[in-house]
Design a protein around this ligand. Structure first.
Ligand code: PDD
Length: 286
């Protein structure tokens, strides 16, 4: 089936969708994005993603070409037109296409932002990686210093994932000044003696929307949470480890740099958090 995608005001078959070669998203990764998961044809935590999108836009002095209500309607149109039951929606807003390549930002009154959305079908609720957990390797975090803004500058995360793949792992956990920042496309957690440990929010990491919900559910379930940095050595000695993201929910991690975590199987805390997440989030899905 040919997907219907949304590009700058039009719903088009994916093969007919085009953007300008002068679009700053293409030339300079001058763009922000969001990925929202879809379960049972409904959007999980749309409000959270829309709020973070607005924050990313604000930090970069970008103006959305659509309102958040219009954005929700576009998401719904794409779910309906593509008959999407499970998977997600990718959304990207760029600073638009100026008259030429220029490091200086164009006047937003003259150049309107670009916008692209497309759906992807993907099984999120089951799979080998959930049953067995994944292996990760550590890599130096050499990304720019504003990782709290969800930009499309993803060359290093993509490079890190490829390095991990070459080493037989599924992902990389990034390390700065000796401490884990986050995964290449997810937030990182360890569990020791029942305490969930994850790095505190700052400009060093993306403020995960799944992270916020998972930590809320953990607190409601009387689980102890410590928001602080941890090292790879501490992670290797933890009872369990996991990662969260919109498409992975709570993904167990069973090996870090060749060292087995706990008994090498997905741990009870990440499993329980996943169960709660899967039970609760559909209730507020839009
Ligand atoms: N990635 N940290 C980074 C660097 C990420 O790229 C992501 C999400 C997260 C988790 O954020 P959230 O829970 O809001 O999805 C943390 C998305 C899924 C992606 O790039 O595909």
């Amino acid at each position: 089936m040919t997907r219907t995608v949304y590009v700058n005001g039009d719903y088009l078959p994916e093969t007919e969708a085009k953007v300008s070669i002068f679009d700053r998203g293409f030339l300079m990764a001058d763009a922000v994005y969001e990925v929202t998961s879809v379960l049972g044809g409904k959007l999980i935590d749309f409000q959270g993603h829309a709020a973070r999108l607005q924050r990313s836009l604000g930090e970069l002095e970008m103006i959305s070409p659509v309102t958040m209500d219009e954005l929700l309607e576009i998401h719904h149109q794409l779910i309906a037109r593509n008959d999407l039951d499970e998977g997600g929606i990718y959304l990207q807003i760029t600073r638009g296409a100026g008259p030429d390549r220029d490091f200086v930002w164009p006047d937003p009154e003259e150049v309107k932002g670009g916008i692209v959305l497309f759906t992807f079908a993907k099984k999120l609720t089951a799979g080998k990686s959930l049953d067995e957990g994944i292996k990760v390797v550590s890599m130096e975090d050499i990304r720019w210093g504003r990782r709290d803004i969800k930009t499309t500058q993803l060359l290093y995360p993509s490079f890190a994932k490829m390095q991990a793949k070459k080493k037989g792992a599924a992902d990389a956990w990034l390390v700065e000044d000796g401490f884990v920042t986050e995964g290449s496309s997810n937030n990182a957690y360890i569990v020791k003696d029942g305490v969930i440990i994850t790095r505190q929010l700052s400009t060093d990491i993306l403020h995960g929307i799944t992270r916020a919900s998972i930590l809320k559910f953990a607190a409601e379930a009387q689980m102890k949470v410590e928001e602080r940095p941890f090292t790879i050595e501490e992670a290797q000695q933890a009872d369990e480890a996991f990662a969260t993201s919109a498409t992975g929910f709570s993904q167990p991690v069973v090996e870090i740099d060749g060292v087995r975590i706990g008994d090498g199987k997905p741990g009870p805390v990440s499993r329980r958090l996943r169960e709660i997440y899967m039970e609760e989030m559909p209730k507020t899905a839009l």
